[in-house]
Write a protein that binds this ligand. Structure first.
Ligand SMILES: Nc1ncnc2[nH]cnc12
Ligand SMILES: [Zn+2]
Length: 337
């Protein structure tokens, strides 16, 4: 078996995926036509050519613009189904996907339209692939606390179908502390908590995510490595980091995949995982992220299996389900040897 096939077949969970970031240019065009929405691109090639980012904000501007073609429940369903089909082909057996309701409600799309479409896509993934999934509702951190509270309120009828809240969008200047109260309110509703921190922001933002938000999982977390005390704490507490190698390269968090810290994270004892973030924008789904990291940092099959193992350990699945996935993973690695 080639290393590439080993990676595709490796049973894994995806823990950091923005469903809006899985909108491929082809589907963007199809939805623009279906909904009669004008888009500022002449062709699919034009769209791909625009995906040349020098930082997070560059990307976010185009990502929010692209999401404008999503209008109906069927659009959100089709978006999700397309992602799950690709994830299944990459060996994903469980996905915890983020969505950004404010990106849509700000355009006049009802919260229910977004979530009912995504839930229909999740049911289809289970029927087609036996893939399980969970929903993470992410607050946009460039908006204010009141907007986040209004979003939590809008989500109330669906809270039993949402597993966690998250925090994403422009990190610099929008520290986790801005959302401490809304995260506490989400916790009081029984939700799990995740937050992007240390992607572009400093280690202090990671401390805030831990100490002020009390997150269960950290999205990215790269810049934690600048602080040895923080790194040791993350290792000691088995905090899961949802690392996204191709995203890091495309958004210039790293200059070259040969400089990616994924192997250092493992060596430091961090529970690092590999994920795709916004695969339609960053040039690859989860298996491509494993492949790029493996090539850049000479990861062994044991490293790759550890990353997959960490993805189940870091998931919000119940312990007995995690144990079943780990047994399947061990059997896969043994037969591939
Ligand atoms: N990588 C990322 N960082 C912050 N916000 C995001 N929204 C979608 N992708 C994101
Ligand atoms: Zn992200």
């Amino acid at each position: 078996m080639t290393d590439s096939d080993f990676i595709s077949g490796l049973p894994k969970a995806e823990l950091h995926l923005h469903i809006e970031g899985s909108l491929e240019p082809e589907l963007m065009f199809a939805l623009a036509e279906r909904n009669g929405v004008a888009i500022p691109f002449a062709s699919v090639e034009d769209v791909r050519a625009a995906y040349d980012f020098s930082n997070l904000q560059d990307f976010l501007d185009i990502y929010y613009a692209g999401a404008d073609v999503l209008r109906t429940e069927a659009d959100f369903r089709d978006l999700a189904v397309a992602y799950f089909d690709r994830a299944a082909a990459d060996g994903v057996v469980h996905a915890e996907i983020m969505f950004d309701p404010q990106t849509h409600t700000a355009r006049g799309i009802a919260f229910g339209t977004v979530i009912e479409g995504l839930l229909a896509g999740m049911a289809e993934a289970e029927a087609r692939h036996g893939m399980t999934s969970k929903l993470i509702m992410s607050f946009l951190r460039h908006l204010d606390e009141d907007d986040a509270f209004a979003t939590l309120e809008a989500a109330r009828p669906w809270l039993d179908r949402i597993d966690a809240v998250g925090l994403d969008s422009s990190e610099m200047g929008h520290p986790p502390s801005k959302f401490a109260r809304v995260f506490a309110a989400a916790r009081a509703e029984g939700l799990k908590l995740v937050a992007h921190a240390g992607e572009e922001g400093p280690p202090e933002y990671v401390y805030e995510a831990l100490d002020l938000l009390d997150v269960d999982r950290l999205d990215h977390g790269n810049r934690s490595l600048e602080d040895p005390v923080l790194t040791a704490r993350l290792a000691r507490t088995s905090m899961t980091l949802t690392v996204c190698p191709l995203s890091n390269l495309k958004l210039c968090v790293v200059d070259d995949m040969n400089d990616h810290p994924i192997d250092r994270m493992l060596r430091e004892g961090l529970r690092a995982t590999i994920n795709s973030d916004d695969p339609a924008y960053f040039g690859g789904y989860i298996a491509d992220n494993y492949r790029a990291a493996a090539a850049g940092r000479a990861l062994t099959r044991a490293d790759l299996a550890l990353l997959a193992r960490n993805s189940f350990l870091g998931s919000f699945l119940p312990d007995d389900t995690v144990a079943q996935h780990l047994a399947t993973l061990d059997a896969y690695v043994a037969q591939a040897a």
